[in-house]
Design a protein around this ligand. Structure first.
Ligand SMILES: [Ca+2]
Ligand SMILES: [Ca+2]
Ligand SMILES: [Ca+2]
Length: 239
């Protein structure tokens, strides 16, 4: 052990002093590792905007009989729901940006199925509605599921009319749900019309462990104990 000692320790010929210093260095190293792990976990959990770059959306099987009008004209797809590049993006209503569905009967609606690919804790729902009452979305019924497809929450939203002329998102803060991977949204209009621009979510990647790892009090306690022991021994040697 002594022959393996670091060159930094060669000024301490006392083996006990050398062991104390080695122990302190190890504790310091452990604390630094814990600190950087904690920082890395927090970086992963930073809120991000979910859009076509990291989630997918499809028309759900629960969609009622109805017409998609010009929604898919010119090769457009349902990806128009999640193509806003950020939560603050502005869209102008036209055939390449909007989703327009008309239910055959009052009460009918469009179902959208979102897959986030992994579990997120949702912070904010963003909705870009149409600007006029004759076509806007009047109600959205959300159901949230975890990675095992178990329901973890529901939410009914009565969205505001979209802003004009550029349509920006209405932001709806969500206290929960946590651990969401799949979402279904059932959109209806009181007059059968459902027209909107985007749906988005600001979310944090769910932590696989809860509580999140932090530097252990035990490690910090040992470090303090080591310092006290070392100081005390130094004093004794001076006497
Ligand atoms: Ca869009
Ligand atoms: Ca309406
Ligand atoms: Ca409305």
């Amino acid at each position: 052990m002594t022959s393996m000692a670091s060159p930094l320790l060669k000024h301490y010929p006392d083996p006990q002093m050398e062991r104390n210093i080695e122990m302190l260095m190890r504790l310091l190293l452990n604390s630094l590792v814990a600190f950087f792990v904690w920082g890395a976990v927090n970086a992963v959990a930073a809120p991000i905007y979910l859009n076509e770059s990291n989630i997918s959306v499809s028309v759900g099987s629960g969609t009622s009989p109805g017409s998609f009008n010009n929604t898919f004209s010119g090769g457009q797809t349902i990806n128009k729901v999640i193509d806003a590049p950020s939560a603050t993006s502005e869209e102008f209503h036209n055939q390449t940006t909007h989703i327009w569905y008309t239910a055959d009967e009052i009460g009918g609606g469009l179902e959208l199925s979102f897959d986030f690919g992994q579990e997120y804790d949702l912070n904010i729902l963003h909705f870009w509605n149409y600007t006029g009452e004759n076509f806007d979305v009047d109600n959205i019924a959300f159901t949230f599921f975890n990675s095992a497809n178990s329901q973890v929450g529901i939410l009914d939203v009565l969205p505001d009319l979209g802003s004009a002329p550029g349509i920006t998102a209405q932001d709806i803060t969500l206290a929960a749900p946590l651990n969401v991977q799949y979402v279904t949204a059932f959109l209806t209009g009181s007059n059968r019309q459902v027209d909107f621009q985007n749906i988005g979510f600001t979310a944090e990647l769910s932590s696989p462990t809860d509580p999140k790892p932090v530097p252990e009090p035990g490690t910090l306690g040992l470090l303090a104990f080591g310092l006290v022991a070392l100081t005390s021994r130094s004093r004794r040697r001076k006497c």
